[in-house]
Every structure is written in structure tokens, then in C-alpha cells.
Design a binder for this molecule. Sequence first.
Ligand code: NZQ
Ligand code: ZN
Length: 388
Amino acid sequence: MYNFRFSVPTTIYFGKGQISHLSELADFGSKVLLVYGGGSIKRNGIYDTALKILEDAGVTVTELSGVEPNPRIETVRRGVELCKEQKLDMVLAIGGGSAIDCAKVVAAGAMYDGDAWDLVLDPSKIKKALPIFSVLTLAATGSEMDCFAVISDMTKNEKWGTGADVLKPTMSVLDPTYTFSVSRKQTAAGTADMMSHTFENYFTKEPGCDVQARFAEGLLKTMIKYGPVALEDPENYDARANLMWAASHAINGLIANGSQPAWCVHPMEHELSAFYDITHGQGLAILTPAWMDFVLQKDPSTAANFAEYGRNVWGISETEDEKAAREAIAKTRTFLFETMGLPENLCAVGIDSEEHFEVMAEKAAKGSVGCFVPLTKEDIVKIYKAAF
Ligand code: NZQ
Ligand code: ZN
């Protein structure tokens, strides 16, 4: 296990009615930028509730609305301008990962002299940020408790993740009832995303990280138990609560620190989103089993890892690693595509040609250096083709 520093300074208020704690924003200033997406927060009433609490606390609100799923740099720039022009004190995102990610880079951009895209391309330029707050409405990305933000420039087909300690939210409100209105599609995609975060951290060649591995298996079992429940019974509180809390821990450093894995399925998916603007979790679901098949074949020593996953997460009793590994991958495939109803291949999300595979693979290969099984550009093209 490598040395590491674990620091999550985000205060979490978890549970029904915890939005009342937005009144604490008054301790950080009197002017907030409220960042949200296409209007789901107005339809489910969270917007009105938040505005009333902020008003009562004496905090005035400037709005940045219309943040896109796969948030765009143009929207970030609008937010930075508002913060600078109006000398705003802090940012509050209400929504899923897209609203939160956008708010994070706005918060950093407000304290940076150049263009906000610099901060996406080069995380070392993120030195300061306005205080960041979030009210999470979709369990998936873990952005509510992590240091990352993912922003796209669709004019260049670029989507990159950036990250810095100062991007960790000061406070996040996690009220599972706010996710009752999440659609089947986004519930399934969110579950695939949090599972992928767990896989990216769990599949590592670093020995001796038992605590991290057992936490990861617990998270996966929770996601596998409750994803289907949330799909069939969207207002099941325990299902929504467990998914929400599991998603936060899949990416906040708890299961990554010590083994320091580089991620590889995410860089491949980010290229799909950058070129085709697809839903992140759907792209991950499509790529994950194809990636598992590929790395098991490329590096047979990974059979031990996949077999351990199969036995500890799926209860597979097969004693031969190679067979147990194949069973585990088959279980994963069935869960994602049949139980959760996620799209099975790239054609199913509207990607009907292989024309960009080479250039996407070249970029993804750069982003996944040091991962579980190193992948070349040619390997990634093969994975895209297998998923096609
Ligand atoms: O825009 P609104 O109207 O709010 O609707 C959203 C959006 O259409 C809707 N939604 C959210 N909460 C809802 C709801 N609809 C009904 N009821 C609710 N309670 O769901 C749609 C998707 O929202 P979005 O925020 O885009 O989804 P998600 O949370 O999956 O975020 C995806 C983005 O996060 C990035 C992804 O790449 C993608 O850009 N990621 C961020 C990470 C991070 N910060 O650590 C890591 C991830 O790996 C990921 O890359
Ligand atoms: Zn993700």
C-alpha cells in the first residue's frame, strides 16, 4: 500500500429536510451564484425551497441556469463573468454532477485571471476557489464530495476532467427524497457510473490494499442490491439513500488512496461523450464488460482479480480463477444490460460509425497511463469495436 493523504473537508448533511442547512451559507457571505440545469429542480420544488431558505438567511441569489448534461465551457465562462462582475461570495449547485462540476470550475475561474478552460486543461493552475456548496439531486458522480470536475468543449470534441483540493465542496446536502424524481434512464446510468468508479479503484495490481478492496466490494454489493429497487420503486427511501451514500464513497478517495490506480474506462467514455454527447453512465455500462473481456484476455493474471470480484461480490463458488473470472464478467453484463436495462452497445446510443475510433483511442490512451492493465491506442480501438 502506497503512502497517501486523505482529506475530505466537505460537511455532509444527509437525510430528509437537511436542505434547511443552506441557511449556513450566510456565514460565508451575502451573495451566491445558484447553478442549476434544465429545470428539474423547478419541477420537483427544490428550487422554491432553496430560494426561501436563502432569502430568510439574507443571502441574495444570482442565477446560472441551463447547465447542460456534459457541462460546456461556455456555460462555465458565463458563470465566471457573473461572479466577477457582481463580486459574488460563493457558488451553490443544485442538481446532478453536471451542475456541481460546472459550479466548481466557475468557483475556481472566479479567482483566476485567465480563461477558465486553462483550469480544465491544467489542474495545477487551480490555486483558489470561491466556497462551493451543493444540493445533490442525482446519485452518480460523487462530485458532491470529491475534488473533480469534468467540462467539455464540444467545438473541439474535448471533454476533460480536472481536479484540485479547493474544488471539494464546503458543504453538500444529500436528501435521498430529492432523487425520487430521477428517471429510469438516469437511475440506471447513475448506478453504472458509481459502479464504474468503484471498479476503476478496485481493479489494481497494488498488493495489500485489503481495507480498500473490502470497502469497494461492500459498495458494489449495495449498488447491485439497490439499483434495481430504485428502478422499480423510485420512491423507495432506503434504495435511494444507499445509492446516494455509496456513490459518494466510490470516488472520494476512500477506496482509491493507497493503491493509486489510474482509471481507464473513464478516459474511453469521456471520448464518446466528447464526440457524441452521450450520457456518461450509459457509455460506461457499454464499455465496462467489453473492457473486462479484453484485459482478461490480454493479461491472464487478471483472472485472479476478476475471480476475487466474482466470489466476494456475486457469491460465485467456482474455484478455478479463469472460470470464476468469466462468470463474474457474465454476471456484470447481465446486471447492466438486463437487470438495469442499460443500452448494450454503441449503436444503441446512436453511434453508428467507427469513423472517430482512432482519434478517440489515441486521446483515451494518453489519459489512462498507469492503469490496471496498460492499454495502447490499438487495444482501445479493439474495445470500442467490441462494444460497437
Ligand atoms: O438538467 P436538469 O433539468 O436538472 O435534469 C438533469 C439532467 O437532464 C436530470 N436530473 C438531475 N436530477 C434530477 C433530474 N431529473 C429529475 N429529477 C432529479 N432529481 O438528469 C439529467 C442528467 O444530469 P447530470 O447532472 O448531467 O447527470 P450526472 O449526475 O450523471 O452527471 C454527469 C456529468 O458528471 C461528469 C460526467 O462526465 C458528466 O459530465 N462526471 C463527474 C465526475 C466528478 N465530478 O467526479 C466523475 C464522473 O466520472 C463523471 O465523469
Ligand atoms: Zn463516472
